[in-house]
Design a protein around this ligand. Structure first.
Ligand code: ZN
Length: 230
């Protein structure tokens, strides 16, 4: 099959606005990383909140004065509302990862509405209405991204995946992230018992990338760094 450059633009309209020197992007495309020359990256944590990891992650982010984004499951926010409130009160970003972790690209319109709306209302009861969503398993297609856009969401994927959920050591996670980091990277990490090495790895990742001049921002902040290449 011949690759078509224009197929990149079939998802929807991308509007780029330049205001007072700041470039912002309203995207109908799934975001895997943000083109920028600034040394900024986004740490993201999926599948929480979880008592095994949320307090430890918030503690390390607070100690390092770093910002991150938590893509939470609505049914886990229902289970642990205090942990979700802690995420917001710590100044971190809370975003949607659906309600029950179903593959959104395989749902009927009614099922999709339920996954999105139930998660949205439970998150909005604690903090701001989420504007970012990460489809579970990274399962998406153009139609899904467009439908999520109509519901007010930007679809966020990732550019670095150290597979921290697969029982990797702290060292393996750190090395993968540090070796692959570049301006605009979105780093996929997880919450839960199976991501036990992740909080320790995050502390080292922050130290090592800061040593290279990187800043850690939320995904919403990262989108503000979107640069148009001439
Ligand atoms: Zn997930």
């Amino acid at each position: 099959m011949r690759f078509s450059f224009w197929s990149l633009f079939t998802v929807g309209v991308v509007t780029v606005t330049i205001m007072a020197g700041v470039v912002t992007m309203e995207s109908g495309m799934a975001i895997k990383k943000v083109p920028t020359t600034h040394k900024v990256v986004a740490l993201t944590f999926d599948d929480g909140p979880h008592p095994a990891t949320t307090p430890a992650l918030l503690s390390v982010l607070q100690a390092k004065q770093a910002r991150a984004t938590f893509f939470v499951l609505g049914n886990r926010v229902k289970l642990y509302p205090a942990l979700a409130a802690d995420i917001i009160n710590s100044g971190q970003e809370l975003a949607s990862h659906s309600y029950t972790h179903r593959f959104l690209n395989r749902l009927t319109p009614e099922e999709l509405t339920e996954e999105i709306d139930k998660s949205e209302s439970i998150i909005a009861a604690i903090g701001p209405k989420p504007t970012l969503i990460r489809p579970p398993g990274g399962g998406y297609n153009d139609k899904l991204v467009w439908e999520l856009r109509q519901r007010g969401y930007t679809t966020v994927l990732w550019s670095i995946d150290p597979r921290d959920w697969a029982g990797k050591s702290v060292q393996r996670i750190v090395d993968t992230v540090v070796n692959q980091a570049e301006p605009g990277s979105i780093i996929l990490l997880h919450e839960g018992e199976y991501a036990a090495s992740t909080p320790a790895a995050v502390g080292i990742i922050i130290d090592r990338l800061r040593g290279q001049g990187y800043e850690f921002v939320t995904v919403s902040e990262l989108l503000q760094y979107y640069e148009i290449r001439p």
